[in-house]
Design a protein around this ligand. Sequence first.
Ligand SMILES: Cc1cc2nc3c(=O)[nH]c(=O)nc-3n(C[C@H](O)[C@H](O)[C@H](O)COP(=O)(O)O)c2cc1C
Length: 162
Amino acid sequence: MKALVTYFSKTGNTEKVARAIYDALPVDKEIRPIQEMETAEGYDIVFCGFPVYAHSVPGKAQPLIKALGEGQKVAFFSTHGSLRGGQLPKQAFENAVGLAPKAKVLGHFGCRGKVDPKIIEMLMKQQENKAWAEEAQSADAHPDQADMEDASAFALSMLTKV
Ligand SMILES: Cc1cc2nc3c(=O)[nH]c(=O)nc-3n(C[C@H](O)[C@H](O)[C@H](O)COP(=O)(O)O)c2cc1C
């Protein structure tokens, strides 16, 4: 089995989670920034990660997601400032699924990722960003060890679905 872990990460949080997923996989595997990938053909499973931006998928992560072909198996992962398990990060996952209508989505993992306090301060003043930015104030220790362990367990559980 061949696995690809591919991700976009501006400040390193999603990259850390990508590494935890990659390290956990006991199969033939590659890890690559998503901007380098035009297609994911030839992989039995693609772990595709991004930071949640404005409740959605950042532009730089979209071309590969849109290029996922018929029946291509994909597991999404994301980091976000807002609370884990809430409605805000769920919306980004749903948007990612919508970008890949032909792919077979095996699952999704999300955990919190710290946000620069200066950015939080700025975004809290904008109505459309206020809700998540308020929650993000308590994300400064993430992703932490427990997040990494959860990401590893997620990686293994996705393999059982291939
Ligand atoms: C421009 C911008 C928009 C963001 N929008 C959201 C958002 O809508 N919801 C959220 O929970 N976090 C949001 N965040 C926080 C990031 O998702 C979070 O810090 C993430 O862990 C960054 O990942 P990275 O270090 O891999 O770039 C935003 C951050 C930035 C810089």
